[in-house]
Design a protein around this ligand. Structure first.
Ligand code: SF4
Ligand code: SF4
Length: 479
């Protein structure tokens, strides 16, 4: 939102007292957020969600299965290896379904518990927290950081800022290198990078992602959530009155105001909020949750920790800020099971089930039949009518296979070409074939039939592909 920072100044050349020009600044100047770190339940939860995510990101490309990188998006060869499965461009429908399922999962979780994805698992949140840790390491807590930023440049400031930026850069570089390691074998990429033997494209992308991580987690931080992330805009649209979100209980908290410990707030005409602003100081997006539900809130729960600590100190019950719903604040209860949430849940379960079933029954074999387009048919020296095909066999399995090629047709089509072929693991091979039929057996100018390709060493691995056999019309005309 643009801030209406306005100023009045006299028009150039105008005498004092004459009409002033009104200057409107439509762009908000960012105010740097210095977050305070306070211990608490949700900060602990973050630790246990962030750590496995980080480890998963950095260690996954180093995993090897059957001598090959377990997660490897091999773009030049258009193969995407994920654990034991290899996906080909033909499987992009599965990827599209996976993305739809992920989007639906996000909708379902958002309807149930708000933007917990943003608060606990989004990479922007995860990396920003890591960078904040480095910031605290070099520059100290909130007040020390504010003092350091206000202080003039000195040797100490250079050392502290330099140390912080170096640590950020190291994290960003590890992130960029790992990211590219998902696309180029990481065990080769890392030594190649340092011996300057890596591909120029690898250098470009590593530096690009290093820079992006450095900027996003180091400087842009909450601005990515506020101005760049599309989820921030539409996730809150999914809320309903029963969605559990971080909420300030204004009925209990207001009127807010300071008081001494032990004083009865009711006697002072006050609610439970002591107006200490700790909930604002810990907020990574710099908002005041007491102003009500805001799209900037990422549901991270850090203000709950801060407020609970204050409540404990004051001897008040915890939960002035808590995960609750709008209905619970108004009516004292939340409907956990509601049609919208159930609908999302059922749709998600059905889609996920169907996806897993498809994945489990996906055959690692694909066959394409390409007819010779230059020649509809030809007459062989023995008088039979011949059609020419190319059989494209893609062995998507992790081991080589021998395949038997057969023809399933209502007429005795003779296969003239290799009936048994071998295709290496993860390879596509073309096999030119001819099919022949005695002219007198031709009953129609076009005959539908199927090529059947079956692995000899795996009885269930078989694919049939339909094609047409063309010949002269039985009366002598063209098909
Ligand atoms: S208001 Fe609370 S839950 Fe929302 S972003 Fe700020 S600290 Fe996190
Ligand atoms: S932390 Fe709690 S008591 Fe302090 S200002 Fe925020 S809501 Fe009020």
């Amino acid at each position: 939102m643009a801030r209406d920072a306005e100023a009045r100044r006299p028009a150039e050349g105008s005498a004092p007292g004459e009409e002033a020009i009104r200057v409107l600044d439509l762009y908000e100047t960012r105010e740097k957020i210095y977050t305070r770190t306070l211990p608490g339940f949700y900060r602990e939860v973050k630790k246990y969600t962030l750590l496995p995510l980080m480890l998963g990101y950095f260690l996954s490309p180093w995993l090897t299965i059957d001598g090959r990188q377990a997660i490897w998006f091999d773009l030049p060869n258009r193969k995407f290896h994920v654990l034991w499965a290899t996906f080909w461009p033909q499987d992009f429908m599965l990827l599209a379904w996976l993305l739809i399922i992920c989007a639906f999962a996000l909708f379902t979780v958002t309807v149930a518990v708000g933007r917990v994805w943003c608060g606990f698992t989004c990479p922007q949140t995860v990396w920003t927290l890591w960078f904040l840790w480095a910031e605290r390491l070099w520059e100290g807590d909130r007040n020390q950081r504010m003092r350091l930023d206000r202080a003039p440049w000195s040797l100490e400031k250079v050392v502290r800022k330099g140390g912080k930026w170096t640590t950020w850069l190291a994290i960003a570089f590890a992130t960029g290198l790992t990211f590219v390691g998902y696309f180029a074998p990481i065990r080769q990429l890392v030594p190649d990078f340092f011996t300057l033997d890596a591909h120029p494209a690898a250098y470009f992308w590593i530096f690009f992602f290093t820079l992006m991580t450095f900027m996003n987690a180091g400087f842009l931080r909450e601005q990515v959530c506020l101005y760049m992330c599309p989820y921030a805009r539409f996730q809150s649209v999914m809320y309903d009155p029963d969605t559990l979100v971080v909420t300030y209980d204004f009925r209990r908290g207001e009127p807010r105001g300071p008081r001494r410990k032990g004083e009865d707030p009711r006697a002072l005409g006050l609610g439970d909020c002591v107006d200490c602003t700790l909930c604002v100081q810990v907020c990574p997006t710099g908002i005041d949750i007491r102003d009500g539900l805001q799209y900037e809130c990422i549901n991270c729960g850090l203000c709950i920790d801060a407020c609970n600590a204050v409540m404990d100190k004051m001897g008040y019950p915890r939960g002035l800020i808590r995960y609750t719903s709008e209905r619970a604040i108004r009516e004292g209860r939340t409907r956990l099971l509601r049609p919208r949430l159930l609908g999302y849940g059922v749709a998600l379960a059905a889609m996920a089930g169907l996806f897993l079933w498809t994945l489990a029954h996906r055959l690692p074999l694909e066959v394409d039949v390409i007819r010779d387009r230059t020649l509809l048919y030809r007459e062989a020296p023995d008088g039979a009518i011949e059609n020419i095909y190319v059989l494209k066999i893609a062995n998507k399995d992790r081991r080589p296979h021998r395949y038997r090629i057969a023809v399933e047709a209502p007429l005795p089509l003779e296969l003239r070409g290799p009936a048994r072929v071998e295709v290496a693991a993860g390879e596509v091979a073309d096999f030119p074939l001819r099919l022949a039929l005695a002219r007198e057996q031709l009953e129609a100018p076009a005959l539908r039939f199927r090529f059947r390709v079956a692995a000899e060493d795996a009885p269930d691995l078989a694919v049939s592909e339909e094609s047409r056999f063309l010949g002269p019309a039985p009366g002598g005309g063209r098909p």
